[in-house]
Design a protein around this ligand. Structure first.
Ligand SMILES: NC(=O)c1ccc[n+]([C@@H]2O[C@H](COP(=O)([O-])OP(=O)(O)OC[C@H]3O[C@@H](n4cnc5c(N)ncnc54)[C@H](O)[C@@H]3O)[C@@H](O)[C@H]2O)c1
Length: 460
């Protein structure tokens, strides 16, 4: 039986959570679920991961995860070893837990619409085992209304219980960024939109003690659902702006990063302007779909929105733009791509992660593969099967072999390992006058030029 986090007084919930006696079930043990589950277990809570994929469950139970996120592998290994984290495919396991956090996937459909099938399936399976006192927290990114008009009726019908009366229900968007996920989970405030005040208070107590973070309680789940979309709409649009600024700066031959860092000193609306950095593209599981969720939402409301479509379109131009820069840089050296040796460094969708889902690097690699150039690809974060989603070419395991005699180094993910090799050493290994195209603006242009490279960043 669940020990009833919902329906107790604030002081009782506080004691329950403080005493780390409340078990937490994490449904959907993919990228986000594994980070949340491992961090909660590391901070002292008994965690049960529930996933429909047997391979994920088997991996976790031997202390392994295939998710390449800094620090995550160690947390999983240790928390499983000490018996605080386990995984199962059996939804019946929720009865031993007070809180149930749902993080199943919400991909984009063929018409750029949100697919919420996994949420429905998880809600039916959960509902069958729901007990009075459970607090269910949905964290997957969803269209506004999902918690109240999709999840709530399924849970109520399957369990015969009532949300806000017998069990707690809330939406708390997950806003962490891959690459910094473990740290961000315990530092970013959690937005809580619950179906009633008691559910909201139970969530806020959990987050305060479990993660050490404040909650921002909003009036209802729809607001919290919209918060996540608003955040990602802002990020994608902001990067689109930085990318167009970079294109202008490239033509003017001025440094976009200097423009941006100086522009960002202007206060506006109570905090400084915060233009993000241009790069070779935007990818991953969130920014490539969440603006489309907003676009779809607008259409369903009879609105024609320009912003989400525009930001997506601008950011989607960047891989081809990057390839164009490479063509020009080689031409300036009297070379063509097809007659060159090109070394690609990094294929993950962002720095210091091994995630290749919807990575913009794939478009550049595809163009290079089609060009007929001699191509080597190196990424210390990306493992075999994940790499095959990006390139037909087997990855070169070490950087020195990958860059040997290259006419161009093309950095598509600026992993920290690339900075561990001295630029002078890279220059020794590559062909004379080697082009260095820094698609993530993660190197110092002056240092790269001093080492002998023909350096170019995006907008610099
Ligand atoms: N990846 C990110 O950086 C990020 C950040 C914030 C929010 N989000 C959102 O979080 C959600 C999860 O994202 P993710 O990257 O972890 O996805 P993911 O695909 O890595 O993980 C989803 C997991 O859910 C499991 N699953 C599917 N159906 C299930 C069911 N019926 N019952 C139990 N498990 C089921 C899958 O097997 C998978 O392991 C999405 O809505 C995403 O938009 C992701």
């Amino acid at each position: 039986m669940a020990r009833s986090a919902f329906g107790r007084s604030d002081a009782e919930i506080d004691l329950l959570v403080r005493g780390m006696r409340s078990g937490i079930a994490v449904v959907g043990f993919g990228y986000i679920g594994t980070v949340i589950g491992a961090v909660l277990a590391d901070r002292g809570w008994p965690v049960t991961g529930i996933d429909v994929r047997q391979s994920v469950v088997d991996d976790i139970n031997v202390g392994k995860t295939s998710i390449a996120e800094p620090g995550l592998g160690e947390l999983v290994a240790e928390t499983v070893r000490i018996g605080r984290l386990r995984a199962t495919t059996d939804f019946g396991a929720i009865v031993d837990n007070d809180f149930v956090i749902v993080n199943v996937g919400t991909p984009l459909g063929p018409d750029y619409e949100p697919i919420v099938d996994d949420i429905k399936d998880a809600a039916w399976a959960l509902g069958e085992h729901l007990q009075p006192g459970h607090v269910v927290i949905l964290k997957s990114t969803v269209p506004p209304g999902t918690t109240e008009t999709l999840v709530r009726p399924i849970l109520e019908e399957a369990s015969g219980l009532r949300a806000g009366v017998d069990f707690g229900l809330a939406f708390c968007p997950e806003r962490l960024a891959e690459g910094q996920a473990v740290h961000e989970l315990t530092s970013i405030p959690v937005v809580v939109g619950a179906v009633d005040e008691r559910s909201a208070r139970a969530c806020a107590t959990l987050w305060r003690h479990a993660l050490g973070v404040d909650s921002v309680i909003v009036d209802d789940p729809r607001i919290a659902e919209m918060v996540k979309l608003a955040d990602n709409m802002w990020v994608d649009l902001n990067i689109a702006m930085a990318n167009e600024l970079a294109k202008v700066c490239d033509k003017l031959e001025i440094d976009a990063l200097q423009v941006i860092s100086a522009a960002n000193t202007m206060p506006k609306g109570g905090s400084p302007v915060n233009i993000l950095r241009p790069s070779m593209g935007v990818g991953g599981y969130c920014l490539t779909k969440d603006p489309w969720f907003v676009n779809h939402l607008g259409e369903s409301l009879g609105l024609h929105l320009e912003i989400p479509r525009t930001s997506r379109t601008v950011n989607d131009t960047m891989p081809a733009y990057t390839y164009g820069l490479l063509t020009q840089l080689l031409a300036d050296q009297g070379k063509t791509i097809e007659n060159s040796k090109i070394a690609v460094l990094g294929i993950a969708f962002k720095n210091n992660t091994g995630d290749c889902r919807l990575t913009p690097t794939k478009y550049v690699v595809d163009l290079l593969e089609e060009s007929g150039c001699q191509l080597s690809v190196h990424d210390p974060w990306v493992a075999g099967e994940e790499a095959e989603t990006v390139t037909k070419i087997p990855l070169t395991p070490d950087i020195e072999t990958a860059v040997k005699d290259a006419d161009a180094l093309v950095v598509l993910a600026g992993h920290r390992e690339f900075h561990h090799v001295l630029l002078g050493r890279l220059a020794e290994l590559t062909a004379a006058g080697c082009v260095f195209l820094d698609g993530r603006n993660s190197f110092d242009p002056a240092a790269a030029r001093a080492a002998g490279f023909v350096y170019k960043g995006i907008g610099r």
